[in-house]
Design a protein around this ligand. Structure first.
Ligand code: BG6
Length: 493
């Protein structure tokens, strides 16, 4: 399964750094991107597939089929795919590699609301099986706007394409618990759960997976990973960019739905979960669900919403918009390990810098021998896992400052991922596409977990407090500092 196969050992860098690193190729199949000329396809999916091809990790025989309303002939789709890969792949697009890759690319124009499109798709995939030897195996990627998910699933069912196929579903998965439940039921009527891959690209990030290794492959941390030793946990997912032209999307979604429900709560499960019985997808999903069920629905008074100044002038944004571009929450995990340990999370656009990190703040030592000698630092030890950029793990501790006087300062043990392992990190979408082609659900989210994540946020969604304004380039509204006080947010260094 995924974590044992890719996640441990230096094979990771080899795998997507240019060679297959001992990983097996997925079986022959067609990868069908529904919403095949959209932004996600351009920025993430095509570049990721191309790079998998370069690394020898696409199937030996494959077809990549984009389906969208755009009138693109095969040449037009290939040219567009090439420009996309040149702009967004973290590798160079090299002529011979590209020629090999593009041989499997095609596009089908059609309206996904029209069942006839799916009949034509079935014919097209039949000819792909004959031309490319894809053996009738299909992976459908729902990269459409979420409002189209239900009709796409119906189209796949009625055309017979769903039988035996796998489906990847992009976020947002519903807009509340009820709509996520309805979507889960619509999918379950057509696809067996083992064939459903709900994607949260944060779980594809290397450092997030490393949380499990850090916790469960080392003996030194787990004994401390609980309420007896941890004062609080905090997580920041900050972006320095604004909404980048996605005004109408953000107006409907906001930071809670865009970032907290799909990404932050999922990552928190890796921080807070109990050790799973094995690294099996089912064992992991079960533990993730257990911890999500232990998180109490958020108290509305524990939610701070913010909106950056200037947001209301963005195209597609209402002049009196109440959408949040920032949110900070205090969450409580009601189980024996975490009772009484607050989990503070914050995320936002147009913040001081781009950084995602989790900090475990340990309690102060019981014996306060050095209280009078402390000149700086936060006190207590902090373990920070930086998810991006400059991925790494840092442990802060108090040390004696050099000199005759007894003065203490905060020092750190730093581990940086790339220089230590001398290999580039695997890009999240590459990793997850590879796993889905292999049928490995370990790093995907379960239907019940997605619904539970919505339930946790329901009080904040039902009765959202008004957003506070903040300056672009700041760390969000002051009220977020009051939420965490007397503790302080970690200022990423
Ligand atoms: C997406 C959100 O899911 O994640 C975007 O819709 C956000 O608003 C993006 O910018 C952040 O992803 P990453 O990988 O750049 O941190």
């Amino acid at each position: 399964m995924a974590l044992t196969r890719i996640g441990v050992g230096p094979v990771v860098g080899g795998a997507l750094g240019g060679e297959s690193g001992g990983l097996s190729r997925p079986p022959p199949q067609s990868i069908v991107i529904l919403g095949g000329s959209g932004d996600l396809t351009r920025r993430k999916l095509l570049p990721a597939l191309y790079h998998l091809g370069v690394a020898g990790l696409l199937p030996e025989r494959y077809a990549v089929v984009g389906v969208s309303r755009s009138e693109l002939d095969p040449g037009g789709f290939r040219r567009w795919a090439r420009t996309s890969s040149e702009s967004f792949c973290r590798c160079d697009v090299d002529a011979p590699d590209w020629r090999r890759f593009e041989a499997g690319l095609s596009h089908l124009s059609g309206d996904l609301g029209d069942l006839a499109t799916f009949d034509r798709l079935a014919e097209h995939l039949g000819s792909m099986d004959r031309e490319h030897g894809t053996e009738g195996r299909r992976l459908f990627y729902l990269a459409t706007p979420p409002s189209a998910f239900a009709e796409v699933i119906r189209g796949l069912a009625e055309s017979g394409l769903a039988a035996g196929s796998r489906v990847i579903v992009e976020k947002p998965f519903g807009h509340d618990a009820a709509s996520a439940g309805a979507l889960n039921r619509a999918i379950a009527a057509v696809f067996d759960e083992t064939r459903v891959f709900r994607i949260d690209h944060y779980l594809g990030k290397e450092t997030v997976q490393n949380l499990l290794v850090l916790r469960f492959a080392n003996a030194i941390l787990e004994p401390l990973w609980n309420r007896r030793h941890v004062d609080h946990v905090q997580m920041t997912v900050a972006e320095d960019i604004g909404i980048e032209g996605r005004g109408s999307f953000y107006e409907e979604v906001g930071a809670l739905r865009d970032m907290v429900q799909p990404h932050i709560l999922q990552v928190l499960t890796f921080v807070a979960m109990e050790p799973p019985g094995s690294l099996d997808a089912d064992a992991l999903l079960a533990e993730k669900l257990r911890v999500l069920r232990a998180i109490r629905p958020v108290e509305p008074s524990h939610v701070v919403r913010g909106q950056y100044l200037g947001y209301r002038s963005e195209p597609g944004v209402a002049s009196a918009s109440q959408a949040e571009t920032f949110v900070a929450l205090r969450l409580e995990v009601e189980n024996d390990r975490w009772r009484g340990v607050p989990f503070f999370v914050r995320t936002g656009k147009s913040l001081a810098r781009r950084t995602s990190e989790i900090t475990i703040a340990f309690r102060e030592p019981a014996i306060e021998l050095f209280r009078s000698a402390r000149s700086d630092g936060r006190g207590g030890n902090h373990l920070t896992v930086r998810i991006q950029p400059d991925e790494g793990i840092f442990l802060s501790f108090m040390a004696k400052r050099p000199g005759a006087a007894l003065a203490l300062g905060e020092a750190a043990l730093d581990f940086w991922y790339e220089p230590t392992f001398k290999s580039r990190l695997v890009e999240a979408y590459e990793r997850l596409l590879y796993d889905a082609m292999q049928g490995d659900r370990t790093l995907f989210t379960g239907g019940a977990g997605v619904e539970r994540a919505w339930e946790i946020l329901e009080p904040a969604l039902a009765d959202p407090p008004s957003p506070h304004r903040y300056l672009p380039g700041s760390w969000g509204p002051r009220e977020a500092d009051a939420l965490i006080a007397p503790r302080r947010w970690n200022h990423p260094g």
